[in-house]
Ligand binder design. Sequence first.
Ligand code: OOG
Ligand code: MG
Length: 267
Amino acid sequence: MSRQITLTPEEVVRLCERIEGAQARAHAIPKLTDEYPNMTSDDGYAVQHALRKRFLANGRRLVGWKAGLTSRAKMIQMGVNAPSIGFLMADMARPENSAITTSDMVHPRVECEVAFVTKAQLQGPGCTRQQVLDATDYVLPAVEIIDSRFSGFKFDMPSVIADNGSSARYVAGGRARYPADVDLRTLGVVMEKNGEIVATGASAAVLGHPAEAIAMLVNILAEQGEVLPAGSFVMSGGITEAIPVKPGDSVVARFQELGSVSMRFIE
Ligand code: OOG
Ligand code: MG
């Protein structure tokens, strides 16, 4: 499959710097396709790749990846029709039950996800759900805090991919389980904000089975000539729509069989 790149290398660097600045200063920018209407998803991945190289060069550590836009609820909420992937750095993690600052984000939202930790390398193309399950050490519940850098949280595929899939923070916790000990299709989740239920769902909402999202991620990595190393932390995508949060909010995500993940938000 040939990649469709329309941006010049100089434009990739320029857009990478624009995204990096918006992330670092938490300010919203217009979606990239306003200026580059012919941008493709492959162009988006070229910008994301440049961003990852820049972060690594700055001494930041890669811990894993995230699949995004893998449930219908998320695709409908964001008006897109395909999944995407993004990378996760160690410094994006926040401890369970901690106070998470919001002044360093534009318009954060929370979503419940099943996370996988791998014990063997996974490689595409053609990676399957079963290969993912065989390579999984354990699964655990996670909350991703996404924060699009685009005005109004509105974007299209090329733009959101360049913005690293809106990745901002993540909190893992609850109870780790072996994948063979739980039915990963039927896990119920309840998201509470300030004691009220704001979203509910079941894990099958993620491509029928969350391991399917990890296989999809591995296959997208393969298109970029990359593998998923053993020991990776990988999030499979929001099960329900994402919920906006502001200072003062407290959030609990309760997962059947996997326990719960809590956090609160401060200025
Ligand atoms: C894109 C990121 C999507 C998920 O879990 O679906 C994502 C967005 O909605 O801003 O992380
Ligand atoms: Mg997510």
